[in-house]
Write a protein that binds this ligand. Structure first.
Ligand code: PGA
Length: 247
């Protein structure tokens, strides 16, 4: 049985003052069976660590450099994230792919760099609205996964997470229906089954895209949905905790 995971993605939000209450409320409010993590902006990793260490809630980052060190101004390496005891790091979030030029190749390199540093990458995949309407959702998601499989191999996914986030559902209030999400999750798991039954059956597949307290339980009740990647609702303790409780 796969343990559910709920990961918050704060994106470009927060301040030392605002985070304090949110981290404390999450720490105090998380109970039960699911793993919970928050992926915060880099400057707040130390704060997240101080607030959450010793609790069941883990923390992580939203991106990582594909480079280990050197002349790469502005980048943050996997080992730097490991220095702050990060557990997870998002790679290939659609906002990175569309606004910052993270190609499938770059995402594959970041995934590998995260694992070299001992972090658990959360590989984000998903189609745009135009791609869904063109009927190529499966193709797009498979292509995004193939790039990482080709670079790291299937066994790398024994210590990774995959998040399916349809771009049209991110921050739009338009969630994939449980059936739509389950269909893509099943397709993703089937792709891994081709290479390794064992990896496929243990792999946690998160759904992301306008997950809210009122739709989380139905989504997480699908057989291949193992939790969620939560953007907007992770910024409000009450909403995030309700989603964690649903998992
Ligand atoms: P959302 O974002 O929950 O605000 O739609 C999800 C994400 O981008 O990870």
């Amino acid at each position: 049985m796969r343990r559910k995971l709920v990961a918050g993605n704060w994106k470009l939000n927060g301040s030392l003052a605002a985070n304090k209450g949110l981290l404390q409320a999450v720490r105090d409010g998380v109970k039960g069976q699911a793993d919970v993590a928050v992926c915060v902006p880099y400057p707040y990793l130390a704060q997240a660590r101080a607030a959450l260490e010793g609790s069941s809630v883990t923390w992580g980052a939203q991106d990582v450099s594909e480079h280990a060190q050197g002349a790469w101004t502005g980048e943050v390496s996997g080992s730097m994230l490991a220095d702050f005891a990060c557990r997870y790091v998002l790679v290939g979030h659609s906002e990175r792919r569309s606004f910052f030029g993270d190609t499938d190749t770059v995402v594959a390199a970041k995934f590998a760099a995260a694992q070299v540093a001992g972090l658990t990458p959360v590989l984000c995949v998903g189609e745009t609205l135009a791609e869904r309407e063109a009927g190529i959702t499966g193709e797009v998601v498979t292509r995004q996964i193939e790039a990482v499989l080709a670079n790291s191999g299937v066994d790398a996914f024994a210590s990774a997470v995959v998040a399916y986030e349809p771009v049209w559902a991110i921050g739009t209030g338009r969630t994939a229906s449980p059936e739509q999400a389950q269909e893509v999750h099943a397709l993703i798991r089937a792709r891994f089954e081709r290479d390794s039954q064992q990896v496929a059956s243990g792999l946690r597949l998160l759904y992301g895209g306008s997950v809210k307290a009122n739709n989380a339980a139905e989504l997480f009740g699908q057989p291949d949905i193992d939790g969620g990647l939560i953007g907007g609702a992770s910024l409000v303790a009450e909403d995030f905790l309700a989603i964690c409780a649903a998992a």
